[in-house]
Design a protein around this ligand. Structure first.
Ligand code: COA
Ligand code: AMP
Length: 626
């Protein structure tokens, strides 16, 4: 039996033994004696009597072990033309001081802090400072609009917001302060203070409740790590569901630290001193787990990149980064490679850089199409590893465990389920499907450490959304199949969640924006295939009788409304006015059928359709793409 098989089997046969062994990689102020807590099943907890501090594990213990001079963080920012490194000792000190600043504003264990920062070191510092105090951070991605920020403020009820004066996109400076002010106007909850990191390129005008970062830290006494229960929340990260209300995914401290440290070695083969780069954003789960926590937990060097794959300044940006910082492994989304490939199909930029030492490319966040896989593999000449996970799971469900036992690659597959994840393909009745048959991907409970224990403040919503579809299973929302060798193929979502450039978005929330327009009677938003971004949203609207508006004006207003209410990240640009939407006899809009037609598939017409002529009349519109 290979190392992977052995590890996987043990994790399911003896989860307590498996995870207690893994827990020894973490420093506990009170080591756990119990492993799985199933007393409130189907809600589970890990290491219920363990106590630790995640920030201590990410920073202090490396310094105390004599590795304070090792580089913890490299910030490289082509959009500002700056680069800066922090040793473990420096990062620990900055985190302790900022934690002291937060503490002096009354932030303590269990309090929430909303973080609205771009890819700057202060984002990492803020997250770790919250963790140091036992406070719960909730990072909001900069591409979201005030309304989305307000929804998160109201749900998380933060004591403090930590923000920057601006983010920098390749073509424009995004001023954050007006977005925060607009969000606070919409929100019903008011944090006591907003700390603003003033950036030279566009400093913000501060109001009464605002405090600039420098003032906040001046004279702040460094704060020591506060021990918390392993089951206490470390952070809440909001993600899109099928409705407009984002879901607050909760992450605990203990299970998270254990699982991430384990994954760093077993999956990514990264350890102390290795340079590791995740090109994502701290606003997404990939950024939380693999820019901030996992690399620091294992004493590696993490790279924080404030730039894009193309346009900052060119399609050689990623290769420059790998070469300049001696990156051993890179983790990014397939869309980033498609962006590079589009500009530089023959990867001519590669020849300018020395990539000696670069060993592996990890890709996740969306389906890795075989064409992108082959391009990356051919051009880079290193293993290209697809792996599959979600905000909810916090670390990969399926991957090629490079540090445990590299397995043969099958393009199109995320490889095998990792230890702890008991993955099954179920049909509509919950019957397990044989090898090769597609169905809903479900995971037998309990989920391993690191996965969400619940949704913020709403156990019932967690149960209703994830645990009630199949008794005893977590519903991933993805469909796919497992082949005869046990390889998992993830094919797409079964719900109305779409994936745009690796960003997870809800078509339901876009529909809510369209439906609010006074001229719109009904609408549907579907995700259609896009060669660069994987998927793009496309809207279809039916006008109210007597609505007096030209399709062009309506289109413009709807595109502007989605940008205003959800944000530029939705990339919503296409909307068509149609006479009617195809529905079943019970009135359900046939979104999946429309999506299939738009993607050029030979989609069968459901027998339950109310009026086949409506669908026929839409075929040409759906097939057309701008
Ligand atoms: N703050 C403010 N605005 C942001 C933003 C941020 N942090 N991130 C993106 N936006 C804006 C962009 O400026 C753009 O606005 P525009 O409509 O005015 O042009 C819009 O949101 C869409 O952005 P994006 O999806 O990034 O598209 P793009 O065309 O600018 O770039 C890629 C395309 C592929 C280069 C880019 O999406 C990318 O680098 N993706 C990497 C994938 C990734 O990091 N995924 C995260 C999960 S792993
Ligand atoms: P997020 O929660 O934003 O990380 O998005 C998670 C969703 O992205 C998953 O449910 C999948 O639909 C999709 N996804 C992530 N990684 C992969 C992958 N490797 N292959 C296919 N789909 C993926």
């Amino acid at each position: 039996m290979g190392a992977y098989d052995e590890s996987y089997r043990r994790s399911l046969a003896d989860p307590d033994g498996f995870w207690l062994d893994a827990a020894s990689a973490i420093s506990w102020t009170r080591p756990p004696t119990k492993v799985l807590d199933d007393s409130a099943a189907p809600l589970y907890g890990w290491f219920p009597d363990g106590e630790l501090n995640t920030s201590y594990n990410a920073l202090d213990r490396h310094v105390e072990a004599g590795n304070g001079d090792r580089t913890a963080l490299i910030h490289d920012s082509p959009v500002t033309g700056t680069s800066r490194s922090y040793t473990y000792a420096e990062l620990r000190d900055e985190v302790a001081v900022f934690a002291g600043a937060l503490r002096s504003l009354g932030v303590g264990k269990g309090d929430r802090v909303i973080v609205y920062l771009p890819m700057v070191p202060e984002a990492v510092i803020t997250m770790l400072a919250c963790a140091r105090l036992g406070a719960i951070h909730s990072v909001v991605f900069g591409g979201f609009a005030p309304k989305e920020l307000a929804a998160r403020i109201d749900d998380a009820t933060p004591k403090v917001i930590v923000a920057a004066s601006c983010g920098i996109e390749p073509t424009r400076v995004v001023e954050y302060k007006p977005i925060i002010d607009a969000a606070l106007d919409l929100a019903t909850q008011r944090p006591e203070k907003t700390i603003v990191l003033q950036r030279e390129i566009a400093p913000a005008k501060l109001g009464e409740r605002d405090l600039d970062w420098e003032t906040a830290i001046s004279g702040a006494a460094p704060a020591d790590p506060v021990p918390v229960a392993a089951t206490d929340p470390l952070y809440v990260l909001y993600t899109s569901g099928t409705t407009g209300k984002p879901k607050g995914v909760v992450r605990d401290n203990g299970g998270h630290a254990v699982a991430l440290a384990w994954s760093m070695k077993a999956v990514y083969d990264i350890g102390p001193g290795d340079v590791w780069w995740t090109a994502s954003d701290v606003g997404w789960v990939v950024g939380h787990s693999y820019i901030v926590y996992a690399p620091l937990l294992v004493g590696a060097t993490t790279v924080l990149y404030e730039g894009k794959p193309v346009g900052t300044p060119d399609a050689g940006a990623f290769w420059r980064m790998i070469s300049a910082h001696h990156v051993r492994a890179l983790f990014t989304a397939p869309t980033a490679l498609r962006a590079i490939k589009k500009v530089d199909p023959d990867a001519e930029e590669l020849a300018k850089y020395d990539l000696t030492g670069f060993s592996t490319l990890f890709l996740a966040g969306e389906r890795l199409d075989p064409e992108t896989y082959h391009w990356a593999h051919d051009k880079l000449g290193v293993p290209v590893v697809d792996h599959w996970w979600q905000t909810e799971t916090g670390w990969p469900i399926a991957a090629n465990p490079r540090g445990l036992e590299p397995l043969p690659v099958k393009p199109g597959s995320a490889t095998v389920p990792l230890p702890g994840w008991d993955v099954h393909i179920l049909d509509g009745d919950g019957t397990r499907q044989p090898a090769g048959d597609e169905g809903s991907i479900a995971i037998k409970l309990p989920l391993p450490p690191g996965a969400l224990p619940t949704l913020w403040g709403d156990d019932q919503r967690y149960i209703d959304n994830y645990l009630s579809r199949y008794d005893g299973y977590y519903l991933t929302g993805d469909s796919g199949y497992i082949d005869a060798d046990g390889y998992i193929f993830v094919m797409g979502r079964t719900d109305d969640v779409i994936n745009v450039a690796g960003h997870r978005l809800s078509t339901g929330s876009m529909e809510a924006v369209l439906a609010a327009h006074p001229a719109v009677a009904e609408c549907a938003v579907i995700g259609v295939h896009d060669a660069l971004k994987g998927q793009l949203p496309r809207g279809l609207v039916v006008l109210k009788a007597g609505a007096d508006i030209s399709p062009e004006v309506l289109q413009e207003e709807l595109v502007a409304a989605v940008r205003r209410d959800i944000g530029p990240v939705a990339a919503f640009r296409e909307v068509s006015v149609v006479d009617a939407l195809p529905k079943t006899r019970s009135g359900k809009i046939l979104r999946k059928t429309m999506r299939g037609i738009a993607d050029g598939r030979d989609e069968p017409v459901p027998s339950t359709i109310e009026d086949p002529a409506v669908l026929e009349s839409l075929r040409a519109i759906l097939r057309h793409s701008d």
